[in-house]
Design a protein around this ligand. Structure first.
Ligand code: FEO
Ligand code: CA
Ligand code: CA
Ligand code: CA
Length: 653
């Protein structure tokens, strides 16, 4: 199986060592520079950043906090000017503000408003430095833009205007203020960006208890508290974050947002046809027949992988009419959820990661429709309901339902072949441009007790420190290091069937449960918690990590505490398939996200998200001072960095 990575795409760099440095570490022969930091001016008129005199008005024009997904769209055809489009997933108030001691410590109204303005998306024009792989921001670029938790956006598609999304401020159910917790994303062939609203639940709660029925847990199935206000208490400055006052506001978050970065006055669109869940992101490809296929993971333990297929076909022209047409593609189509069926006897999957007798964790898969040809596949529930409460809809597939379309108690499976597969936290999903295979990162699942062939671990090794401060690997319940699964659509990209296999089982390669596509494990780097995926033009897979539970020294007993997250690269085809190597590591406390490799393969952008997010780390005593290294009262700044070869050559070589 698989295509060739091509001789031009060999990964010859010397891997970086695991470390706990407060620095971004690249291989020999590489450099990095910081492109945009939290607080850097974005929009015209933005003031210079001053952490001790920050205001909501300043932050609304400056680069937001906790950069994540990175999109990169060309300006002109000379290859030296682009738009960098960056998500700002969430805020770390204890690192942003004096006097905030922990994640749930009280904040002032002003601090809450600053945090709201630090969420959202940035669009920043960047320019190549000379003929290098380095990029610099363009101050006051014409298209520079901030989108925040207050920016008006339009709900579009079948759930727009439905009773589930109407509020007192917006009885039409079509105009929403802001986007929240934008994690991963994708670029479309028609020059827009897609942004997944992930853990939107953490902004909503109830100041007085609200009710939901056991048959229809619209809030609790999404992790939204019906009895407590949200930890951030944004309801104190904006009542829409209180379920008791606005029961439907929360239903207006959890969507995929489409932004046209070329038009700074455009209204972002929340595309309801792609369903509502904790969207890690969305990546599109054009099927053989021109329909648009978008994959999206729901990042929760035991949640699902989804696929949207548009009704209309993509038009390849760059003229105004074609683009206007393409901007409607994500508003109408079919929504599917994935079922993975293993081909090895179930008794062979014992949860230890031992390979089954056929030598692979693999099998066949089915895309099970939730919405098809404009109709709901859940009897008793309309299309808008399926799209707004997609998790509830997916839970009903293959089960006995009552007359209202609700699950009977106890739940009864009537057609096991229609029950979707509960996965180990589906994160980013990306299509290999060389061979069309699809790759999904499953970041971890500490709660898994029953393994299946697609999620084969119920115990694994993780590094932790005991009360005496002694660190070591311990066998723990569940899949602590995550895995990566690959599949091939067997009826065309828009079809309903696929073949899958596990590409790698992450962890310390010295541990028996790990698997690197069959490659010699003595030659690979340790990796933990795969999160965002990216391909270079040669078809090598690049994997960034979030939440590594590895140790710095790979020797089990007597180890030294933990290891920073980073970015890894691995060939997906040929003799080197599975030869994974660490390309860079990010500073202390950070996750590595948003990897973006330019199409000339000379630059790799990464988001250094939440540097200094470690236990007890605060504005007064931060554990990271990257990247500014201020002498007086230092603090970390989440930043987008670009790594490039000193000689301007291809990254990975
Ligand atoms: Fe924001 Fe699922 O990572
Ligand atoms: Ca098998
Ligand atoms: Ca992520
Ligand atoms: Ca993550």
């Amino acid at each position: 199986r698989g295509g060739s990575a091509g001789s031009g795409g060999a990964l010859t760099f010397e891997p970086v060592e695991q470390n706990l440095l407060d620095e971004l570490v690249t291989p020999a022969g590489y450099r990095y520079s910081v492109v945009m930091r939290w607080g850097d001016p974005v929009e015209r008129g933005a003031p210079e950043f001053d952490i001790d005199r920050q205001t909501p008005e300043a932050q609304a024009k400056q680069f937001g906090y906790n950069c994540d997904y990175i999109g990169f769209l060309p300006l002109g055809d000379r290859g030296d000017r682009f738009l960098l489009v960056v998500n700002h997933e969430y805020t770390n108030e204890q690192l942003m503000f004096s006097g905030v001691t922990g994640e749930s410590s009280p904040t002032t109204a002003e601090q809450k408003r600053i945090a709201m303005m630090a969420h959202g998306i940035s669009v920043v024009e960047v320019k190549r430095r000379g003929n290098s792989g380095e990029w610099r921001p363009v101050r006051n670029g014409d298209r520079n833009r901030r989108i925040t938790a207050d920016t008006p956006m339009e709900l579009t598609g079948p759930a727009a205007g439905s009773p589930y999304v109407r509020t007192s401020a917006d009885p039409t159910g079509r105009v929403v203020l802001g986007t929240l917790n934008n994690c991963a994303g994708g670029m479309t062939p028609w020059g827009t960006t897609l942004h997944g609203e992930e853990n939107f639940n953490q902004y909503f709660g109830a100041t007085t208890a609200v009710t939901e029925t056991a048959q229809e847990p619209r809030y609790s199935r999404y992790g939204i508290s019906t009895t407590k206000p949200a930890g951030r208490r944004w309801d104190e400055v904006d009542p829409r974050f209180d379920l008791a006052r606005e029961p439907n506001e929360v239903n207006r978050f959890g969507w995929v947002v489409e932004v046209d970065p070329y038009d700074p006055s455009s209204t972002p669109k929340k595309r309801t046809a792609l369903g509502r869940f904790k969207h890690e992101g969305a990546n599109v490809q054009i099927a053989e027949d021109g329909r648009v296929v978008a994959y999206s993971g729901d990042d929760e333990r035991f949640d699902y992988i989804y696929k949207f297929v548009s009704k209309k076909r993509y038009r390849s022209g760059t003229d105004r009419a074609s683009r206007a047409h393409n901007l409607t593609l994500l508003d109408e189509g079919d929504l599917y959820v994935a079922r993975f069926t293993g081909d090895s006897p179930g008794s062979e999957i014992d949860g230890s990661g031992r390979l089954p007798s056929d030598g692979e964790f693999d099998g066949t898969g089915q895309w099970i429709p939730l919405v098809k040809d404009g109709r709901s596949m859940i009897p008793g529930k309309d299309v808008a309901w399926v799209l707004t409460f997609t998790r509830l809809a997916a839970d009903r597939l293959g089960k006995e339902l009552d007359a209202q379309g609700d699950l009977t108690t106890p739940e009864k499976v009537v057609d096991a072949s229609k029950v979707p597969t509960k996965m180990d936290r589906p994160e980013d999903i990306q299509v290999n441009p060389v061979n069309g295979y699809v790759y999904a990162a499953l970041t971890n699942n500490s709660n898994r007790t029953v393994a299946d062939e697609a999620n084969p671990l119920n115990r694994s090794y993780a590094f932790s420190t005991d009360e005496q401060g002694a660190g070591r690997y311990r066998e723990e319940k569940g899949n602590r290091n995550g895995h990566v699964i690959e599949w091939r659509e067997t009826q065309g990209a828009a079809g309903e069937a696929f073949e899958w296999r596990i590409f790698l089982v992450a962890g310390d390669p010295q541990r028996p449960e790990t698997y690197f596509a069959g490659y010699d494990k003595s030659k690979v780097s340790a990796i933990s918690c795969p999160d965002n995926l990216e391909f270079d033009p040669a078809g090598n897979l690049w994997i960034s990590t979030d939440g590594s539970v590895l140790s710095r020294v790979n020797q089990g007993e007597g180890t030294v505490g933990g290891a920073n997250d980073g970015l890894f690269a691995v060939p997906t085809a040929g003799l080197e398939r599975g030869h994974l190597k660490a390309f860079l590591t990010v500073p202390l406390g950070a996750e590595c996200s948003g990897p973006l490799i330019t199409r000339d393969a000379r630059s790799v952008f990464v988001s250094v998200q939440h540097p200094g997010e470690t236990t007890g780390s605060t504005r007064e005593a931060p554990s990271s001072t990257w990247p500014d290294r201020r002498q007086e009262r230092p603090f970390p700044r989440p930043s987008v960095a670009v790594a490039y070869r000193e000689d301007g050559g291809r990254v990975g070589s």
